[in-house]
Design a protein around this ligand. Structure first.
Ligand code: GLA
Length: 383
């Protein structure tokens, strides 16, 4: 994807709003998760990669203590750093990102931030984590601080969970900050250890990962997400483990009577999903797309049946993609709407897109959208 439309807009807008070019330009990408869903907040494993779609920020320092954030998608907000330092209660994404950035820095001050994004909003491609990461990266860099990608990812997670009040896991900011082009990230969400796994898809005549946007708003996602976290924690307590990462199917069977049906099913998803991630890493290393696809489809069924976070549109997208000859397909992200991914053999993409579109039409669903997904670089300064 050509980043220049966003970069051009950011430059032009900065010049017209503030009378100068930005002092620097930064980007942070969105992501898709290949596999490892609802495992991050259970201290488990995930295997996402960064998209080419990203948030772009141009920044310049101001002589006062105000921060002015002008976003093409979200409009303009401005706030005072002293007020922000004292602020309690709910903050916007921009306020919360700057509050976290300020806390991480020795020197900080007022700034102008102009933001544009090519990540579809509300589709489960991590547009908000990328926004927060991009802002923290730009704000800390332009003030002369050099923070590690992991430090920014942790700050971004706190910004979303503490400031904004959305109880997200660590996957999205970690992949946005640490991804590498042509690789997926195998992340241990307990230790935050990362392994970059070569994943050559969506280039040349290799297989392709396509994102199928079901164009369904992510209904109930806040409450249902928090509910899944709570039930997983209860299941861990009942199993006598610190988190479900430390549980096994044997332990689950042995202590079955201590868990409610709901806890049992949620825990079974997390335990099996963690081992699917480990198998997927092996399949990726071996370029075994058949095995990887199989794991994707298994993951979808586990998310639909045991974790109950799928919806009819996601089920139809995954099923139609598999029927059309893909290696495998599944919902990606939190669920309750948003996107599915399919791992598509070379040259089959158009056929798969038509099959999914036809399946949606048959059921009177809104027409789906398609996005090629190419493993891309993590957040960095671009100018
Ligand atoms: C959302 C959260 C992530 C993760 C996924 C489910 O995207 O932001 O931290 O929990 O849901 O895997």
């Amino acid at each position: 994807m050509d980043a220049s439309p966003q970069v051009d807009w950011v430059r032009g807008e900065h010049l017209s709003l503030h009378g100068s070019n930005p002092q620097g330009l930064w980007m942070a990408p969105g992501r898709v998760n290949v596999i490892g869903e609802h495992t991050d907040y259970n201290n488990g494993f995930v295997l996402p990669f960064a998209l080419e779609n990203a948030v772009f920020v141009g920044a310049s320092l101001r002589s006062d203590d105000r921060v002015v954030v002008s976003s093409r998608q979200l409009g303009t907000s401005s706030f005072d750093l002293d007020d922000l330092a004292r602020a309690t209660g709910r903050l916007s994404h921009a306020e919360s990102a700057i509050q976290q950035a300020m806390e991480e820095c020795h020197t900080f001050g007022g700034m102008n931030l102009v933001v544009d994004s090519s990540i579809p909003i509300g589709s489960g491609l991590s547009s908000s984590a990328a926004f927060v990461c991009a802002l923290i990266l730009a704000a800390t860099d332009v003030t002369g601080n050099s923070l590690s990608p992991e430090t920014i990812a942790r700050a971004a997670r706190r910004a979303e969970s503490e400031g904004v009040g959305v109880p997200v896991g660590v996957m999205d900011p970690m992949v946005s900050m640490c991804a590498k082009a042509e690789h997926a990230i195998f992340l241990d969400c307990h230790t935050l250890d990362i392994e970059h796994i070569p994943f050559r898809v969506s280039v040349g005549d290799s297989p392709e990962v396509i994102v199928i946007d079901t164009r369904t708003p992510r209904r109930l996602v806040g409450g249902e997400y928090a509910d899944r976290r709570r039930v997983c924690n209860n299941a861990a307590v009942a199993l006598g483990v610190e988190s479900l990462r430390d549980a096994s199917l044997e332990k689950l069977a042995a202590k079955r009577d201590r868990l409610s049906d709901e806890e049992f099913h949620r825990a079974r998803h997390v335990i099996t999903e963690n081992s699917r991630v480990v198998s997927a890493v092996k399949a990726m290393r071996d370029d075994d797309f058949e095995a990887l696809g199989e794991l994707l489809s298994e993951s979808h069924h586990s998310l639909a049946d045991d974790f109950e976070v799928s919806i009819p549109e996601l089920d139809v997208a995954a099923e139609a993609a598999v029927d059309a000859g893909t290696y495998g397909a599944r919902m990606t992200g939190a669920g309750f709407g948003g996107c599915a991914i399919a791992l598509v053999p070379p040259d089959l993409t158009r056929q798969v897109e038509s099959a999914v579109t036809a399946a949606f039409r048959e059921r009177d669903f809104e027409p789906p959208g398609f996005l090629p997904a190419k493993p891309s670089a993590g957040a960095h300064r671009i100018d």
